[in-house]
Design a protein around this ligand. Structure first.
Ligand code: DGL
Length: 269
């Protein structure tokens, strides 16, 4: 198989990275995709840096064994540790893409950011933004609960709204924030729910910029799939039901969904 036909690997701690898959389907419909969502071991955002690196390396190995030509780290939490990851194929984090998207769609000096505990604690969003533009700052807040609630399929609307408020209200109380980065791959899944509560707030999903950067890489290396691709293989360590529900919510069709067990599955739990 030529490199052009090899799939793109996408990894996430759960269903969140399907928001990146949606962008790939939109912008690069001929690409084949292998997705890995580690639902059984999420939330990554409440784990230590060492655990996140260990789990992410295991998934990268899985994707490389499946002969992918590049890997998108859809997970912001994993992307915050990108410098420590072991890989042989090129990997693309989402945080730089998020910062670039923020600068492209905002002129304010303060930009809101919601992400996991580990992502905010890592300070990587701040460092990356500072490198791109010294005059801009993030006003950030984290949530321990939201990613898991979203992964579990939003069964409790009251709980969902409560945690959205707990996460975003403190950011808005700190100043005149007009834009908010959705710095966790799970958050674009509830974009409509957030927009309903904060109609004046511009929500920025880093996924489209991440896929744009991937496209530039594929084009400059002449490995963009120009044939008839579009095969989507989706693997999860958790239940397939929540995946099927999220895929439906995101209008992603024609996929093959399987449950897998990683060798060292229970090493970190
Ligand atoms: N998908 C992860 C991210 O983008 C968050 C979910 C988790 O905590 O596992 O940061």
């Amino acid at each position: 198989m030529s490199d052009k036909n090899l799939p793109i690997g996408v990894m996430d701690s759960g269903v969140g990275g399907l928001t990146v898959v949606k962008e790939i389907i939109k912008s690069l419909p001929s690409e084949n995709i292998i997705y890995f969502g580690d639902s059984k071991r999420m939330p990554y955002g409440n784990r230590t840096e060492e655990e996140i690196v260990f789990l992410a390396n295991e998934i990268i190995k899985f994707l490389e064994n499946n002969k992918v030509k590049a890997i998108l780290l859809a997970c912001n939490t994993v992307s915050s540790q990108i410098d420590k990851l072991k890989h042989e194929v090129p990997i693309f984090g989402i945080i730089e893409a998020g910062c670039m998207a923020a600068l492209e769609s905002s002129e304010s000096s303060d930009i809101g950011l919601i992400a996991t505990v580990a992502t905010v604690k890592s300070g990587v969003y701040d460092k990356t933004l500072k490198m791109l533009d010294r005059e801009r700052h993030f006003v950030a807040n984290d949530s321990r609960k939201l990613p898991q609630i979203i992964n579990d399929q939003l069964k409790h609307k009251y709980l969902l709204d409560k945690h959205i408020h707990e996460c975003i209200d403190p950011i808005l109380e700190k100043g005149d924030i007009k834009e908010l980065i959705l710095g966790c791959s799970h958050f674009p899944i509830i974009e409509n729910e957030i927009a309903e509560i904060y109609p004046g707030l511009k929500l920025i999903n880093p996924a489209s910029k991440q896929v744009k950067l991937l496209e530039e890489y594929l084009e400059s290396n002449n490995i963009k799939n120009d044939g008839k691709g579009g095969i989507k293989e989706i693997y999860t360590t958790g239940g397939t039901k929540e995946f099927a529900e999220t895929l439906e919510r995101l209008h992603i069709t024609n996929y093959k969904l399987s449950k897998v067990q990683l060798l060292k599955e229970d090493t970190v739990d």
